[in-house]
Design a binder for this molecule. Structure first.
Ligand SMILES: Nc1nc2c(ncn2[C@@H]2O[C@H](COP(=O)(O)OP(=O)(O)OP(=O)(O)O)[C@@H](O)[C@H]2O)c(=O)[nH]1
Length: 916
């Protein structure tokens, strides 16, 4: 294709450049300066136009060029493309025309140096493309439009140099750029002027200097859209050739025209900029926009400005929404406690950052560490977040529920209530017999023929005064309930067989009772036996500070015979006397609350719970909540199987109507309505889940120092278990000497033998630690300790134990070597192998056994030997490890006294950092 510049053609025709330019524009050819390039098509067009200008054709052509120009200038091509619409709009546009005109003119002006020509052009434009104008009017008023125009023009301008840039720049970068480009072109002076005008008249546009930045990306996009829409439009083809006349910078120029019209529409839908995200569905984008970040907001004004028409409403909505959501997000609602990990997640920061911040504040924590409300609030504020405690205040709700009735009635009107008694003692000392005897005597006396029911508790009467017995003899149940926070028992009856005296469980029972602070009444049983020696029992008990009154002490002793029902009344009398001293009172006018003594699932009746009312009165129909269960009291039955309408303080009744089976020792509360009961139950469920997530130990030696310093711990309670009484006593004495002003050391229980479940429950209930010497915890006790967070420490050397406790109290606990449990094998057979020694045929009960691991030989929970394996075989082969459920042959290094039934514990030692 031959290209001719305007001035060359002018020379050819013997015309002035100006004249030629004028004629060219009359012919509908877009030539902006004498340097503009004319394509062959343009030349032909020019020739045919000058030769015989057919009116109709010209009009058509003119329309096209007109549109092009406008585009370049700033005209939102969209309007141009959709002629039909534009025409409609044109009518409206006509009014603001005066404003619009300047815009369209400017672009052409820039192109054409002579002012006169510019005017001519303006006139032409008005004539040519009235339809286009409508678009313009909106542009000047709305800043966005000019931008669009600039963008659209961009593609064309790239190569063309002067003309296009001039048009674009006014919109994008008002002065500077245009000048540069203009300088390159000959008619620099001329171009400058128009630029100035443009900027002046478009003062509003200046503020949008940023827009051009977005534009660069658009040109490419534009080139695409035009193609798509091009086909639909008849004009693109015509325009292509017509416009580029000045310089056909190419295909880009051609598409642009068609694209102009299209773009705005697309953009309006969220096409280009919005497509930042992928696969933007136009419809969705709109809704997404408001949620996006600041970056987007920065861009949005531009877009919206450009495409205001379609989006006026959307714009406003976006901004508002973003602000609101942020404000809400910056408040974190927690329920009393939140773990570090959860807080980090909710704030959208890394947990490590929180942990680092906490370390900076002096606390070493892990990701699962629970943070209380205050700590969480301080921590969150570092990250500009607020924490709101939305904890359901269960206590307030329940207190409110309980007080209501009390207020309505007479508040503070406490009335004496029957004592609640638990019977404890050593095995076979007659606990059950005594309970039965008391009950039998009572039943026959009170309700002849009445069928007694086992409901876990019952009451007996003596001269119109009631006593409630908990039918769960033994300290295990007692402490298990206490571990749940239940303080049910008022008085403990310690049964000691007169013929047997104080035995290990007698001692345990004493310790458990003392730990709970419950007074003890001694029932010296079996006095009917000839070998009975009550005096010896009294003597033995003085060791435990249980001194009979006749010996100057305060403990009540009653000599009874369960078998012969001797002195039972006297025992009851003494119980009542003790109760009187204790001034046990309760307000029966409140809503009922108390403790679950027993609960089970009955096939026919559903969950059945024996409850002991401790405060107020429980009535049929009362909504109640117990633990995570709730419901309405459907039926109430006493221990004689009689239906009861209401149960007052200290009365045990069997209740149905709960949604599930609560745990023994759980409290129950009657509340005003079932919704409250449900709310409380659900809240507890949630807390239970949280607690599961953030299990914390009761107390451990590692935490001791820190807690002493915080004032949390004023005394350290210890349970000592050992293989022989001598070592237990030695440790106990040594430990007691460690007592300081800051922390008193109290040994709440000692015993010979392995660490058993009841030791752990006692430790859990009393916040104690368990020290073991040459003894091991039973598997069940280990599990319980793990669940309850009880610290069990095992030692072989007394000195180590004492040193550890002392160091812990002084905050000097060194990094500890902690045992990592690997497995447990049971010795099933033993073989003597010459030159090798004893080989144990074993069965791996739990975990696995590893060659080279350390082992401990345990017999009856007492450590007999500790060392290493000398051999580990499966059949005849040496093996590295043997897993659960398999048999193996084991040899112990330098130890042969292995017996059938022995347990071999396998473990590794690992160093654990002590954190205080
Ligand atoms: N001679 C005599 N024997 C009694 C008396 N009280 C209980 N016994 C007997 O002692 C044995 C044990 O009595 P239990 O009531 O089962 O003792 P326990 O303390 O409940 O026993 P555990 O439930 O195993 O802890 C039974 O054989 C009773 O008959 C008594 O007062 N005199």
């Amino acid at each position: 294709m031959g290209k001719t510049r305007v001035y060359e053609l002018a020379q050819k025709l013997g015309l002035e450049n100006k004249e030629l330019l004028e004629k060219l524009s009359e012919a509908g050819i877009d030539a902006k300066s004498h340097m503009s390039v004319l394509e062959e098509e343009d030349l032909q067009k020019f020739e045919s136009a000058t030769a015989a200008p057919p009116v109709e054709e010209i009009v058509e052509k003119r329309i096209t060029p007109g549109i092009i120009r406008r585009r370049r200038k700033e005209v939102p091509a969209a309007e141009a493309s959709e002629t039909a619409e534009m025409e409609a709009e044109a009518e409206e546009a006509e009014k603001p025309a005066s404003v619009e005109k300047p815009a369209p003119v400017k672009a052409p002006e820039v192109v054409r140096p002579p002012a006169a020509e510019v005017q001519a052009e303006e006139e032409q434009k008005q004539e040519e493309a009235p339809a286009v104008k409508p678009a313009k009017p909106t542009e000047p008023a709305k800043p966005a439009e000019p931008v669009v125009a600039a963008k659209e023009a961009a593609p064309v301008e790239e190569k063309p140099v002067a003309p296009a840039p001039a048009a674009e720049k006014p919109a994008a970068k008002p002065v500077e750029k245009p000048k540069e480009k203009v300088e390159a072109a000959p008619p620099a002076a001329k171009t400058e002027k128009p630029v100035v005008r443009a900027t002046a008249s478009r003062a509003k546009i200046l503020g949008r200097v940023e827009l051009p930045q977005a534009a660069p990306a658009q040109p490419q996009r534009r080139s695409e859209p035009p193609r798509r829409e091009g086909p639909g439009r008849p004009r693109p083809d015509e325009r292509g050739p017509a416009r580029p006349a000045p310089r056909r910078p190419a295909p880009a120029a051609a598409p642009a025209p068609g694209g102009e019209e299209v773009f705005p529409a697309k953009e309006a839908r969220g096409g280009k900029k919005r497509k930042k995200g992928k696969g933007a569905d136009y419809s969705e984008e709109r809704s997404d926009a408001p949620r996006k970040g600041k970056n987007r907001e920065v861009f949005e004004p531009d877009r919206s400005g450009k495409f205001r028409k379609p989006r006026k409403g959307a714009k406003v909505a976006k901004k508002t929404e973003v602000t609101v959501s942020k404000a809400i997000k910056r408040i974190i609602r927690i329920s009393d406690v939140i773990t570090v990990g959860e807080l980090a997640k909710r704030m959208g920061v890394k947990a490590n950052e929180l942990i680092r911040e906490l370390m900076r504040q002096g606390s070493m924590v892990t990701i699962n560490h629970p943070l209380d409300f205050e700590t969480a609030a301080i921590l969150a504020s570092e990250f500009h977040y607020e924490v709101e405690n939305v904890a359901f205040d269960e206590e307030t709700v329940l207190a409110h529920a309980g007080e209501k009735l009390g207020e309505e009635a007479k508040t503070g009107d406490l009335k004496p209530r029957p004592p609640v008694v638990t019977i404890m003692g050593h095995v076979d000392h007659g606990k059950t017999s005594l309970l039965d005897a008391i009950r039998a005597a009572n039943v026959t006396a009170g309700e002849a023929g009445g069928i007694t029911q086992h409901i876990g508790a019952y009451d007996v009467e003596l001269d119109g005064r009631k006593i409630t017995f908990l039918d769960t003899p033994g300290h295990e149940a007692f402490t298990a309930m206490r571990a749940r926070g239940a303080k049910v028992t008022d008085i403990v009856i310690l049964v000691v067989a007169a013929d047997d005296g104080v035995m290990p469980q007698t001692k345990e029972a004493i310790n458990h009772s003392k730990a709970a602070g419950v007074p003890i009444i001694i029932a010296v049983n079996k006095i009917d036996k000839p070998e009975a020696n009550p005096e010896r029992v009294k003597q033995e008990l003085t060791e435990f500070e249980l001194v009979p009154e006749e010996w100057g002490g305060e403990t009540i002793f009653v000599e009874v015979s369960a078998k012969k029902q001797t002195n039972l009344d006297q025992l009851l009398e003494m119980i009542l006397l003790q109760a009187e001293v204790m001034e046990l009172k309760a307000d029966p006018d409140k809503r009922g609350k108390g403790t679950i003594v027993e609960a089970r699932l009955d096939k026919g009746r559903g969950p059945v719970a024996t409850v002991l009312v401790q405060e107020g009165t429980l009535k049929i129909g009362d909504p109640i909540v117990s633990g995570v269960h709730f419901g309405r009291v459907r039926t109430m039955t006493d221990d004689r199987g009689s239906r009861v309408e209401a149960a007052g303080p200290s009365m045990p009744v069997e209740v149905t109507g709960l949604s599930g089976v609560p745990d023994a020792g759980e409290m129950f509360h009657a509340v005003e309505d079932e919704k409250v009961a449900k709310d409380v139950a659900q809240h507890r469920q949630q807390k239970l889940r949280e607690a599961e997530l953030a299990k914390t130990s009761k107390i451990s030696l590692e935490q001791l120092y820190a807690r002493i310093k915080e004032g949390d711990v004023k005394e350290l309670k210890v349970i000592v278990k050992g293989d022989v009484q001598g070592s237990v006593e030695a440790v106990k004495d040594a430990l007691l000497k460690l007592s300081t002003d800051a922390c008193r050391l109290v040994v709440i229980h000692t015993g010979v033998g392995g660490i058993i479940e009841s030791d752990v429950t006692l430790a859990a209930a009393s916040d104690a630690i368990v020290l073991g010497f040459n003894v091991r915890p039973e598997p069940k006790a280990s599990t319980l300790a793990e669940n309850e967070g009880v610290d069990i420490r095992m030692y072989n050397i007394i000195y180590d134990a004492v040193a550890d406790v002392r160091d812990a109290m002084e905050g000097l606990l060194a990094p500890t070597l902690r045992e990592k449990y690997l497995g447990r094998v049971e010795v099933r057979e033993t073989f003597q192998v010459s030159k090798v020694g004893t080989i144990a045929g074993c069965y791996v009960v739990d975990g696995k056994i590893l060659r080279g691991a350390q082992v401990r030989l345990v017999r009856d929970n007492v450590v007999v030997w500790e060392g290493k394996l000398s051999s580990l075989k499966r059949f005849k082969d040496d093996v590295r490890e043997v897993a659960t459920g398999y048999e193996c042959g084991i040899g112990l290094e330098g130890y042969n006294d292995i017996k059938v039934g022995d347990i071999i514990e396998v473990f590794e030692m690992e160093s654990v950092k002590t954190t205080l």
